[in-house]
Write a protein that binds this ligand. Structure first.
Ligand code: RIB
Ligand code: CA
Length: 353
């Protein structure tokens, strides 16, 4: 995708999420970006069940006045294994402590997989896919229409861990771990697209360096003109709710506080890894990171390695490369951009209310 510097066009996106806390921030970030045209938000089971993911998507979109965006519901679970969810990470509804207004709109009639197929057929070569959850629905779409990879302008996936520990098992990252078969099918399906349109994969090796802190939230609220000062402390009673005057600030603060507590309770500090917002930024402007090409495959049978993403950096398998693995970025520049954009969105929504 072209660098933002010369951006004149908007990037039309299919966004496939398992809305959770960082998916929520990613969605708001996209809605805050003038160069993002969110065409559809597809709901995949992962952090929470599909129906809850869809409800979260509808609620965030309605909060931001974007009732024009299609929300579709995906499969109830992985291709061939029982669904595991992670409410302990993202909260009972998947949005931390946030209590979002009940959405009035309903999801579209068609499934997430049907939406993938229809949209890429209607707009061949135009749409960028962004997947920040398990790859179940993209895999189902490719089963329906094997030519789909060739009709995407690009694909960015938040998932995997490359030469880096997993966060769900010692070697597997959550999105891949929920549905390894789907991930394996998707990576295989992209093995013969032109290299410059190989999927960009943002794995934990990079996304765990995107570290949100309470100071970022304070600055976000300040830039949004919200009062009082939004201070989240590790010493607060767990579950303390925000009193921010700005409702986007309030809901985001309530959501990420849960994430801060989760990371602290898992010895990672009172911080939050913003995996999905970073992948969203890459989908809009791939020049913000640097990449290494590899052939990626996914372990599906390993007794202790199931869900591991394996990168063949040196062509030892004799297979063409099918991925551009995000390897470096300017973390501070991304976080500054995120906070600024979110604050602009929060101000805009407040003015419109
Ligand atoms: O491993 C991190 C990923 O899993 C993120 O997308 C998070 O939202 C969860 O889906
Ligand atoms: Ca996610």
């Amino acid at each position: 995708m072209k660098g933002m510097a010369e951006r004149t066009d908007r990037i039309p996106l299919i966004v496939d999420v398992d809305t959770g806390i960082d998916d929520s921030v990613a969605l708001l970030y996209l809605l805050a970006r003038d160069d993002a045209d969110v065409v559809a938000v597809l709901s995949t089971a992962g952090n929470v069940p599909t129906a809850q993911v869809a409800a979260n998507n509808l609620a965030w979109l309605e909060l931001c006045g974007r009732t024009d965006v299609e929300v579709a519901v995906g499969a109830d679970g992985p291709l061939s294994t029982p669904l595991r969810t992670t409410e302990d990470t993202h909260g009972p509804q998947g949005v931390g402590y946030a209590v979002l207004p009940e959405p009035r709109l309903r999801p579209s009639e068609r499934s997430a997989a049907e939406a993938w197929v229809a949209l890429t057929r209607e707009r061949p070569g135009e749409l960028v896919g962004l997947v920040t959850g398990p790859l179940t629905n993209l895999a189902l779409a490719i089963r329906l229409d094997p030519e789909l990879p060739h009709r995407l302008r690009g694909l960015v996936v938040m998932g995997g861990a490359f030469d880096y520990p997993g966060n769900t098992t010692p070697v597997a990252e959550w999105n891949i771990s929920v549905d390894p078969e789907a991930a394996a099918e998707v990576f295989a399906a992209f093995s013969d697209v032109p290299h410059e349109r190989s999927p960009i994969v943002c794995g934990l090796n990079l996304t765990e360096r995107i570290i949100l802190t309470p100071e970022h939230v304070r600055r976000f609220a300040e830039l949004a003109g919200s009062t009082p000062t939004e201070s989240i402390s590790a010493d607060d009673r767990p579950g303390t709710r925000s009193t921010a005057s700005n409702r986007v600030v309030r809901h985001v603060s309530d959501a990420v506080r849960f994430y801060f507590e989760f990371h602290r309770d898992h010895a990672q500090g009172f911080i939050a890894h913003l995996h999905d917002p970073f992948a969203a930024a890459v989908a809009l402007d791939s020049t913000i990171a640097r990449y290494r090409s590899a052939t990626v495959d996914v372990e599906t049978d390993g007794r202790i390695t199931r869900g591991q993403t394996v990168a063949d950096w040196h062509g030892l398998w004799g297979r063409s490369s099918n991925a551009q693995i995000a390897w470096e970025t300017d973390e501070k520049a991304f976080l500054d951009d995120l906070i600024t954009r979110l604050a602009g969105l929060a101000r805009r929504i407040e003015r419109q209310s």
